[in-house]
Design a protein around this ligand. Structure first.
Ligand code: TXA
Ligand code: MG
Length: 312
């Protein structure tokens, strides 16, 4: 359990340019003082993350976010509806925005999020500065939903890991970019397309159908890669494959949700991919997952996990 003195120690480390892994409701984040070039550079080094991939700045409250970026009416509506929570808003930086330009990776925009986790919020309040925090894993690998996942992926590259137990959402935040005319979905995640469209009372634009300025540099085709290979939309396993089902099935005990619940499947997804990797299983066949609601984020992660991997 984390106590007040752990938070103070972590906050002091962050103010001195350290790296602190902390729990959020989505996945564990690898945090650093977003206003310090040197601290942000340490994140890229620890994760072996390409410099062109920008970082999300985390804030303890919406007002702190409004001071960093220019919010359109749509952005304000989304912040009011979903913060604190698993939604990241990409907006234009304010001229006086103190966040390191490294976080924006050469773009004029900035990604902002108020997470909904007591430890993350306490830490942000104690630091009193925005925290840049990507998922706390080596770039391209499965995101961490427990402190143990962070320890195994990043180990000594992190100064402290705050252990807040397993993350309840289990996939990353949804990322949308708000521009003058509308809102573009850059990454599916913990808030569904349907939830956002209900608040905006309009359809989200797709990144593929908009100019390249609205593409998210982090949406690399191969990502979330377990060591095992993945075969998608499988109705049954082939010899040598472990079957990751959805609902009840007769092919072993792995199921993202025995009752076919998408929320449960989302929170189990990275957890089970990690567990299958830990068991040194070589090949995974995954059941078809419906595309509605959180199913869109699950299918996105599975598609990237199954994509051909670049030679390292
Ligand atoms: O749930 C989450 O979002 C977690 C927790 C720790 O908050 N963080 C996370 O960060 O997933 P990361 O770095 O793994 O993913 C951030 C995504 C990347 O796809 C990145 O390209 C995109 O956000 N992004 C960040 N800034 C952007 C910007 N200015 N324009 C477009 N995309 C941006
Ligand atoms: Mg990530």
């Amino acid at each position: 359990m984390i106590n007040a003195s752990d938070i103070l120690t972590a906050a002091q480390l962050l103010k001195n340019g350290g790296l602190v892994a902390f729990p959020t409701e989505t996945v564990y984040g690898l945090g650093a003082d977003a206003t310090s070039d040197a601290a942000v550079a340490r994140i890229f080094a620890a994760k072996q993350r390409p410099q062109f991939n920008p970082l999300i700045s985390h804030l303890s409250d919406p007002d702190s976010a409004f001071r960093l970026g220019q919010f359109s009416q749509n952005a304000e509506k989304l912040a009011a509806a979903f913060w604190p929570g698993p939604l990241t808003l990409v907006v234009e930086r304010r001229k006086d925005c103190p966040v390191s330009l490294l976080c924006s990776a050469g773009l004029s925009s900035i990604a902002l999020r108020v997470p909904n986790h007591p430890v993350a919020l306490e830490l942000l309040r104690a630091v009193g500065r925005p925290l840049a925090a990507p998922s706390a894993n080596l770039s391209g690998r499965i995101s961490p939903t427990t402190a143990e996942h962070v320890r195994r992926s990043l180990g000594s590259a992190v100064d402290i890991i705050l252990d807040g137990g397993p993350c309840c959402v289990g996939v990353e935040s949804t990322v949308v970019q708000c521009h003058d005319g509308g809102v573009v979905l850059l990454r599916t995640g913990g808030i569904t397309r349907e939830q956002i469209e209900a608040v905006l009372v309009r359809k989200l634009e797709s990144a593929a159908a908009t100019p390249s300025i609205f593409h998210s540099p982090g949406q690399l085709e191969s990502h979330y890669a377990p060591k095992a290979t993945l075969r998608l939309n499988a109705l049954s396993p082939k010899p040598g494959e472990v079957y990751l089902g959805f609902g009840e099935h007769d092919h072993g005990f792995w199921s993202l949700s025995k009752t076919g619940n998408l929320q449960e499947a989302t929170s189990n997804l990275f957890m089970m991919l990690h567990a299958i990797d830990d068991a040194s299983l070589q090949a995974i066949a995954v059941a078809p997952i419906p595309m509605n609601g959180l199913g869109e984020a699950i299918n996105d992660r599975l598609r990237r996990a199954a994509a051909p991997r670049p030679a390292i």
